[in-house]
Design a protein around this ligand. Structure first.
Ligand SMILES: [Zn+2]
Length: 66
């Protein structure tokens, strides 16, 4: 693997981490606002299992898959 390629991969990894951080920060803000665990679209409670798997989710399974 050449230097340019590994540089590009490092950049992509960093972008992914930043996006993840932003998602989790948003989750914390929802937690503070008392909106954590509720669907952004329909307001239904998001399944606990779903939140445990990914605390950054903002939509219930119905809205996410619909
Ligand atoms: Zn929903």
């Amino acid at each position: 693997m050449d230097a340019l390629q590994s540089q590009a991969m490092a950049k992509a990894g960093q972008a992914r981490r930043n996006a993840e951080k932003t998602r989790l920060e948003a989750a914390l803000l929802r937690l503070e606002a008392g909106a954590f665990g509720y669907c952004d679209e329909c307001g239904a409670e998001i399944a606990e299992k779903r939140l445990a798997f990914d605390p950054g989710v903002t939509r219930c399974i119905g809205c996410a898959s619909g």
